[in-house]
Design a protein around this ligand. Structure first.
Ligand code: ATP
Ligand code: MG
Length: 249
């Protein structure tokens, strides 16, 4: 994938207008942070990028999300393929009720990516998330036996095992202890060489540490967006300044 672009995106939950006319380009192979107060539409924007919103039938989406120029909402687009290529790492780890090995192997099996090479895929992905050394002697034991931080890294390995182009992270470190959170942060930073990352965070300091580009949402509107260095050093909007100074939100 070379580009991901949002064009005049509007989202409603019933009568509630949750995203208002969002237009923005998501820079490829960089980390884009989405920040703003609770309820401003961050998760909604993230879920609009891989059509996860449609799991809720009160939702109405207008506008476009262009992946290499093709609208993912076009009729005839394969929703499963989109959700695989644009993968979501949720806030809480979500191990499937199966072994550590099978959690990572699940996606490649379903999508026929394995070519008899499952062991290699599982090891490569567990190494990529720094989990291999910790679990290689208990690959066949249930994933639910891992710590929360380990489970989150396993969830990341599972998402990466199906070779996504874009990784969406919705407060993916919020439920972790500080050390595990830093571990997942470091992973996200290392992933951007290969993936386009869009992450939602409540943590302004985390956005400062991770982001190359920042989107600031306020009550469903994209009120400011800029490269991270400019955004943090010289925010143009009063709302942004107040939010960064923790005076609002
Ligand atoms: N399934 C839903 N049905 C109805 N309204 C919803 C639904 N999901 C979200 N909303 C509303 O849409 C708006 C945006 O919600 P969203 O979850 O995107 O916010 P957020 O910025 O992710 O908030 P938070 O920081 O608390 O996670 C809120 O007003 C929320 O109440
Ligand atoms: Mg949210």
């Amino acid at each position: 994938m070379r580009s991901l672009a949002v064009r005049q995106l509007n989202v409603w939950y019933g009568d509630r207008h949750a995203l208002k006319d969002i237009t923005v380009d998501i820079p490829p192979r960089q980390v884009t942070a989405v920040i703003g107060p609770s309820g401003c539409g961050k998760s909604t924007l993230l879920k609009s990028l891989n059509r996860l919103l449609e799991l809720d039938d009160t939702v109405r989406v207008e506008g476009q999300v262009l992946r290499d120029g093709i609208d993912i909402y076009d009729r005839g687009q394969d929703v499963t393929e989109i959700r695989t290529r644009i993968g979501l790492l949720a806030q809480k780890p979500f191990p499937l009720p199966m072994s550590i090995y099978d959690n990572v192997a699940y996606g490649p099996r379903v999508h026929g990516l394995a070519n008899g090479n499952l062991d290699t895929i599982v090891q490569t992905q567990l190494e990529a998330v720094g989990l291999w050394g910790e679990v290689k002697d208990r690959l066949r034991t249930p994933a639910t036996g891992l710590s929360v931080g380990q489970q989150q890294r396993l969830s990341l390995a599972r998402t990466l095992a199906v070779e996504p182009e874009v990784l969406l992270c919705d407060e993916s470190t919020a439920s972790l202890d500080p050390i595990s959170a830093r571990g997942v942060e470091a992973l996200i930073r290392s992933l951007k060489a290969r993936y386009t990352v869009v992450l939602v965070t409540h943590d302004i300091d985390q956005a400062r540490r991770l982001a190359d580009y920042v989107l600031f949402l306020w009550m469903g509107e994209l009120t400011e967006h800029a490269p991270a260095a400019r955004f943090f050093a010289d925010p143009k909007q009063e709302l942004t300044q107040a939010y960064l100074a923790r005076e609002v939100g």
